[in-house]
Design a protein around this ligand. Structure first.
Ligand code: DC
Length: 232
C-alpha cells in the first residue's frame, strides 16, 4: 500500500537522487522513501546489471565498449516498480533475481566503466525520471543524470560496516564472506577511480553517514529534507 501521508502539498513532484557506495543502504532508503511519497523508485544499477547479463549471455567482452553499446542499443531494459519491489525486464524477460548473482554483479562493475555505455544509460535514465515523482538511486544520479535534482543525498558508511551489512543481507559467512567482501572492495575501488563519472558526492548533496545510524533514523532525516524541499 502506498502511504500518501507525507505527500507534497504543492502537487510538485520532486526528483530525488540518492547516490553512494554499495552497502550504504541506498536501496532500502530509496524504496521506503518512494513508498511514503507515492513516488517511483528507480534503481539505476539494475540497468547496468541487465546489460552485464546480456553481455554474459552473448559472450561479449566486458572490455569491448563498442560491442557493449551495440548490445545496449539492441536491448529493451525496463525497470518496473511493483508493490513488492522493483522488477527488471530484459527484452521482456524478468531478470530481477538473475542480475543479483555474483557473476552479473562483477560484470556490471566492469561494463559501467565505459563512457559510451554510461552515456546510453544516462539518456535512458533521464527519460524515465524527467517528469519527477521519482527517487532514483545509483552512483552518478546527482552528478550526471540529474544535476538539477531537487534533493541530492549521498549515503555513505564505513567500509567494514558496509561489508557486514552485505553479508547479513545475503546471509553469507566464513570463507565465502571473505571473498565477497574482497569483491565489494574491488567494485568500490573501480566505482571511485574510473575516469567516467566516478562515484562522488555532488557539491550540493547532503552527505549522510549511516555507519552509526539505523535505517529508520536515516529515513527520518531524508524525509525531513524532502519535507523542507516541498515546503520551500
Ligand atoms: O547499485 P548496484 O550494485 O546495483 O550497481 C551495479 C553496478 O553498476 C555497480 O558496480 C556500479 C554501477 N553503477 C554505476 O556505475 N552507476 C550507477 N548510476 C549505478 C550503478
Amino acid at each position: 500500500m502506498t502511504d500518501q501521508s507525507n505527500h507534497n502539498h504543492s502537487g510538485r513532484k520532486l526528483i530525488i537522487a540518492i547516490d553512494g557506495p554499495a552497502g550504504a543502504g541506498k536501496s532500502t532508503i530509496a524504496s521506503r522513501l518512494a513508498r511514503k511519497l507515492g513516488y517511483v523508485n528507480l534503481e539505476s544499477g539494475a540497468m547496468y546489471r541487465a546489460l552485464a547479463l546480456k553481455a554474459i549471455d552473448q559472450d561479449a567482452s566486458f572490455d569491448d565498449e563498442t560491442a557493449l553499446v551495440k548490445l545496449a542499443q539492441e536491448s529493451r531494459i525496463q525497470l518496473e516498480p511493483t508493490l513488492n519491489g522493483n522488477r527488471t525486464l530484459l527484452n521482456g524477460h524478468d531478470v530481477s533475481s538473475r542480475i543479483r548473482e555474483r557473476d552479473v554483479t562483477e560484470a556490471a562493475s566492469r561494463v559501467s566503466v565505459h563512457p559510451k555505455v554510461r552515456a546510453w544509460m544516462v539518456a535512458r535514465q533521464r527519460e524515465m525520471g524527467v517528469g519527477g515523482g521519482v527517487v532514483m538511486e545509483g552512483r552518478d544520479i546527482g552528478t550526471k543524470v540529474f544535476p538539477d535534482a531537487d534533493l541530492k543525498i549521498f549515503l555513505d558508511a564505513d567500509p567494514v560496516v558496509r561489508e557486514q551489512r552485505r553479508m547479513e543481507q545475503q546471509k553469507i559467512k566464513g570463507e565465502v564472506a571473505a571473498s565477497v567482501a574482497a569483491d565489494l572492495r574491488e567494485r568500490d575501488r573501480r566505482d571511485r577511480t574510473r575516469a567516467a563519472s566516478p562515484l562522488m558526492a555532488a557539491e550540493d548533496a547532503v552527505v549522510i553517514d549511516s555507519t552509526e545510524l539505523g535505517e529508520d533514523e536515516v529515513l527520518a532525516r531524508v524525509e525531513e529534507l524532502t519535507r523542507r524541499k516541498l515546503e520551500g
